[in-house]
Design a protein around this ligand. Structure first.
Ligand code: ADP
Ligand code: MG
Length: 266
């Protein structure tokens, strides 16, 4: 059995009177893929930000490879160590990429920070290749790339660090459906090659079905259901999960009935 790379226990986070995250616990095994699904405002991003150290928990514990990573990292060494364990890819790479820095320079900067004294040009070529960007993209600035290409750059930058866990927060939500499929395939290939673990955060059950082994369903800060993805999607036990599944538009779909069911759930 692979070890757990990530163990999250009893996370709580409130903002004023808003209980953003309430008693959230889960584990991710090495090389595994866990989905967190739920509607907007259910606490997914707050959970992710606590795990990568961008946000602190009021209560609870985050262990990465058995080491306590709860709370914000202090000092350069701690920040680097944590970054090597967990990397995050956001919905909009535009916001996380410097508009004046070329693709190659972005990757070199990251490599210099984490692996000083190694052969960076070779590693840059490897990374570009791994995310399906040709060497021609190396000199490009973010604005010269498509949305899908930019997300590939963000993924390459995360992989440069060789993390154990990649947290992807709505990482394909802003992309066209066909580009979405390309990026999801790419992520599946990368997982096979590297045994990197994914924490895949999305409001989209189709995405969960594609790329996760297990899933947790969050509603208003709490986990309402958890289990193997195939089982949860085939036979959801919680009414909220059923509602999420029924909310996916398809032939014969009745939004009024869904809205009524949603009101009844409150
Ligand atoms: N920095 C913050 N300040 C105040 N409220 C916040 C902050 N971050 C998140 N929240 C609130 O916490 C709840 C959960 O938000 P979030 O974790 O972003 O959910 P999701 O990612 O599932 O959409 C929401 O009600 C949101 O408004
Ligand atoms: Mg979010």
């Amino acid at each position: 059995m692979p070890d757990n790379v990530l163990e999250v226990t009893g996370l709580h986070r409130t903002y004023g009177t808003v209980r953003a995250v309430e008693d959230v616990s889960f584990t991710l095994r090495e090389g595994g893929s866990l989905g967190i699904v739920g509607e907007s405002g259910s606490g997914k991003t707050t959970t992710a930000r606590i795990i990568v150290g961008l946000e602190r928990a009021d209560v609870g514990e985050v262990l990465v490879h058995g080491r306590d990573r709860t709370g914000r990292s202090r000092g350069r060494a701690q920040r680097l160590a944590r970054a090597r364990a967990v990397q995050m890819v956001f919905q909009d790479p535009y916001l996380s990429l410097d508009p004046r820095t070329s693709v190659e320079a972005v990757l070199r900067e990251t490599l210099r920070l984490h692996f000083p004294g190694t052969d960076h040009p070779r590693r840059v070529r490897e990374l570009l290749d791994q995310v399906g960007l040709g060497t021609r993209a190396a000199d490009a600035l973010p604005r010269q790339l498509s949305g899908g290409q930019r997300q590939r750059v963000a993924i390459a930058r995360a992989l440069a660090v060789e993390p154990s866990v990649l947290v992807l927060d709505e990482a394909v939500a802003a992309l066209d459906v066909s580009v979405q499929a390309q990026i999801l395939n790419l992520l599946a290939d990368i997982r096979e090659q590297t045994a990197i673990g994914y924490l895949f955060i999305t409001h989209d059950l189709g995405v969960v079905r594609c790329v996760t082994d297990d899933v947790i369903v969050m509603r208003a800060g709490r986990i309402v259901e958890a289990g193997p993805t195939a089982a949860v999607l085939a036979a959801p036990e919680h009414p909220y999960t059923r509602l999420l599944l029924e909310s996916v538009p398809r032939p014969g779909w009745d939004p009024d009935r869904i809205a009524a069911a949603r009101r009844a759930l409150r």
